[in-house]
Design a binder for this molecule. Structure first.
Ligand code: ACO
Length: 165
């Protein structure tokens, strides 16, 4: 195994969040203060996170997943199936805690999601909120193309998940 392998072999896993995971999800947010500064919003409280989780779990198409490096929570994926079209899914947030950035975890989490959605889903959208040039670069590097603005602070990117006919 060469030196490059170590980075890609980090044992990253994802599982759906349950109500009881509110403290873990809250910990992910607490370790990612810069993202909330960028959005101009307060860090959510544990109570906020509990209601967010309840709302997510009540939506049968919504998927809120926690990302783990071995047994440590290092981020989340938030996406919606069959949205906005039946054969598409929409990623509204990939978040890696600030202490685990730059290790390729975000890239791997998105690639794993693409693989899991394909071929049932034809397209994955990524919706970037706020002024977030680093997220735009991140998705562009992963092969996403700018589609349209959904208002001054929302940009839709998308990537086909398999070659079209
Ligand atoms: N911090 C951040 N980036 C770094 C660092 C560091 N300390 N060191 C290096 N980088 C570079 C990496 O080299 C890489 O660039 P490269 O591929 O050109 O070398 C890039 O930044 C990051 O790639 P990854 O390591 O795969 O990404 P990471 O695991 O750091 O996660 C993410 C990227 C998810 C965008 C992360 O920065 C994050 O959580 N940001 C805040 C939340 C956010 O803005 N998410 C996207 C919102 S839009 C949406 O989700 C649809």
């Amino acid at each position: 195994m060469g030196p490059m392998a170590a980075k890609t072999e980090l044992p990253l896993s994802a599982r759906r969040a349950e109500l009881a995971d509110a403290p873990l999800l809250h910990a992910v947010y607490t370790r990612s203060p810069g993202y909330f500064e960028l959005l101009g919003s307060e860090l959510p409280t544990l109570v906020d996170v509990e209601s967010e989780l309840a709302a997510a779990l009540a939506d049968p198409e919504r998927r809120l997943e926690l990302l783990f490096l071995r047994d440590e929570v290092v981020g989340l994926l938030d996406y919606k199936l069959h949205h906005p079209e039946d054969d598409a899914a929409t990623l509204s947030l990939v978040l890696i805690t600030e202490d685990h950035r730059g290790l390729g975890l975000g890239q791997r989490a998105v690639r794993n999601l693409e693989a899991a959605l394909s071929p049932e889903f034809r397209l994955l959208y990524a919706v970037v909120y706020g002024q977030n040039p680093s997220a735009e670069r991140f998705f562009t590097r992963l092969g996403y193309a700018f589609q349209r603005s959904g208002g001054p602070a929302v940009k839709w990117f998308s990537k086909p998940l398999r070659a079209g006919p």
